[in-house]
Design a protein around this ligand. Structure first.
Ligand SMILES: Cc1cc2nc3c(=O)[nH]c(=O)nc-3n(C[C@H](O)[C@H](O)[C@H](O)COP(=O)(O)O)c2cc1C
Length: 293
């Protein structure tokens, strides 16, 4: 996750038994290399790198990932045919994030090893189709025969079990880890996440790249511009450069872009990432036990 998951969060999740991912989308190439090297020192367990295919510097990121021998790459926000074959030639496992069963099939055809089916509830960039996880997970599971990792609206063991019952083989969790000690997100943003109510997030900027945002002054400016009929260029100008950094990393809650999922309304504390992983596992295992009695 941009401005949230550096080596500290990724290694803490991997050390606790999850698969930690470094979010390369907010990193310059040399910063990414440093995070990979620090993560390698901080954990003996596997970890991966998430690569949003839309971002500049993508070629350099892919080269660094290959050079540093990262075993797993999650790609998102772009065409899976562009880099999958090259990564796989180097023995790297490739997982692509999709928001529809059509794109899931495309990822399978491109040779991806698994897909993340990310529903409309999720924080960050999201599909225009607005398909919720409850519909998307079974739809994708029916379409492809590679493993499906569910994402969007999952923050506890109960929700994880629901995703598995819907057909998923695993889950990807974002928002809950933004509210972790190890996330590099600003403390103002972490605290704001704990205070969200239902309806406080919305899928915005659909004319550019749709993204789920916390409703703040910046969002209100976007909404007002959209009502006045603003086109792509005007919205791009309003967004400007560095909005996401300003909000999520620098803690400017009114002028920054604040990406978070609907599930933030269920989050009540900022915890160590390892504690989050074990809480989710424990609740999941307890419920599985109850189901099987
Ligand atoms: C602050 C934030 C930044 C994110 N950045 C990325 C990203 O760079 N690449 C990506 O594939 N997904 C990104 N996501 C989406 C997450 O990887 C994950 O799929 C999503 O958060 C799952 O839904 P949830 O928020 O309901 O847990 C981001 C999510 C958040 C909240």
């Amino acid at each position: 996750m941009i401005w949230a998951s550096g080596w500290k969060l990724a290694s803490a999740v991997s050390n606790a038994g999850g698969l930690g991912l470094i979010g390369s989308g907010s990193m310059y190439p040399d910063v990414l290399r440093e995070h990979i090297q620090k993560c390698t020192l901080a954990t003996n367990k596997p970890f991966g790198v998430n690569v949003p295919l839309l971002y500049p510097d993508i070629d350099k990121h892919i080269q660094i990932i290959i050079e540093e021998k990262v075993p797993i790459v999650f790609t998102s926000a772009g065409n899976p045919t562009t880099y999958t074959a090259r990564l796989k030639q180097h023995g790297i496992i490739v997982v692509h994030v999709v928001s529809s069963s059509k794109f899931a099939l495309k990822a399978q055809d491109a040779g991806c090893d698994a897909v993340v089916a990310e529903g409309f509830e999720a924080g960050g960039h999201n599909g225009r189709e607005e398909t919720t996880s409850f519909v998307l997970i079974p739809a994708v599971c029916e379409k492809v025969n590679i493993p499906v990792i569910a994402a969007g609206g999952i923050a506890n063991g109960r929700q994880m079990l629901a995703a598995i019952i819907l057909g998923a083989n695993g889950v990807q969790i974002g928002s809950r880890f933004v509210a972790s000690h190890e996330a590099s997100s600003h403390i103002n943003f972490k605290n704001a996440i704990l205070n969200t109510a239902e309806g406080d997030t919305i899928l915005s900027l659909k004319k550019l790249t749709p993204v789920r945002l916390l409703k703040n002054e910046f969002y209100q400016q976007v909404a007002a511009a959209e009502v006045m009929g603003a086109g792509k260029e005007e919205l791009e100008q309003l967004l400007g450069r560095g909005r996401a950094k300003k909000g999520m990393f620098e803690g400017n809650l009114s002028e920054g872009e604040l990406e978070i999922g609907q599930v933030s309304t269920l989050l009540k504390t900022i915890q160590p990432a390892g504690e989050i992983v074990s809480e989710i596992w424990q609740q999941y295992n307890r419920l599985v036990g109850l189901c099987c009695e």
